[in-house]
Ligand binder design. Structure first.
Ligand code: MN
Length: 261
């Protein structure tokens, strides 16, 4: 499997500090959006991407979920050691190539929080991850409509975060690595500012992944927007299984919701 990628981040127009962190090392890609005062958010996000960045060869989704658990432990224990950082935590959304040493043939994705993974495959743009917010739970349970969720007061309140408690529940997916698929990992500083159809249009029209990432962040922080830090990683599957001969390819091979790690 060959992956081409690019990334961009911006502090935005209103915040003093960029508490988003990202990782893109060729086989593992992640976005972390830190939460917590006294620079705790940036610290938590940096610990998370640091732990993920020390990964060895990943053979399975389970190993990526375990790595998310290691990040959770590292942040939780750092907060115990430094009471000023008490309660610091972070979102963490990751995508990695997995498989045997000679043939990594699948992708694994994991998520905690409201950073997101999207896929553009066969022209179709879809969100893979599910946000862990109070509002998302209300929509899932049929108590409010998606339209009501857009303006709900709890739409930014997370129900899960990495490092907040001793254990964390991680959602996971096994994904097909089909040549031509483009993935987007981003913080909510993109998705709260740029409508999904506009995000999809940029991903369809800008071929280079680095240029696409920069274009998306530019849209997120243009005048009138830019209320939050914005971070984007774009990953293209340039060599993998060829697209199937008929019909749309299956993207999600397996889903593992809320695995304790
Ligand atoms: Mn954010």
């Amino acid at each position: 499997m060959l992956l081409d990628f690019g990334a961009a981040t911006d502090v935005g127009l209103l915040r003093d500090e960029n508490q988003d962190r990202h990782l893109a090392d060729g086989t593992l890609f992640a976005v972390a959006d830190g939460l917590g005062g006294h620079s705790g958010g940036g610290t938590a996000a940096a610990i998370a991407t640091g732990v993920l960045g020390r990964h060895g060869r990943l053979e399975s989704l389970g190993q990526l979920i375990a790595l998310m658990g290691s990040a959770n432990t590292a942040i939780f224990e750092a907060a115990i050691d430094n009471p000023r950082l008490s309660g610091m935590s972070t979102t963490l959304c990751a995508l990695a190539s997995v498989g045997t040493a000679s043939e990594p043939d699948r992708l694994a994705a994991t998520n905690v929080g409201d950073s997101r993974l999207y896929a553009l495959t066969d022209g179709r743009f879809s969100q893979v991850t599910v946000d862990h917010t109070i509002t998302e739970n209300l929509v899932r349970d049929g108590l409010i409509t998606p339209a009501e969720a857009a303006n709900h007061t709890d739409r930014h309140t997370l129900t899960r975060a990495v490092g907040f408690e001793r254990r964390v529940h991680v959602d996971g997916w096994e994904l097909a690595a089909v040549e031509g698929t483009r993935f987007l990992i981003c913080s909510d500083g993109l998705t709260n500012e740029v409508p999904d159809p506009d995000i999809a249009e940029i991903l369809r029209s800008v071929a280079d992944p680095g240029a696409a990432a920069r274009s998306l962040v530019e849209q997120a922080v243009r005048p009138g927007r830019g209320r939050d830090n914005a971070t984007v990683v774009v990953v293209d599957v340039t060599g993998g299984a060829p697209p199937g001969p008929s019909g749309p390819d299956q993207l999600v091979l397996a889903t593992s919701p809320a695995v304790a790690a």
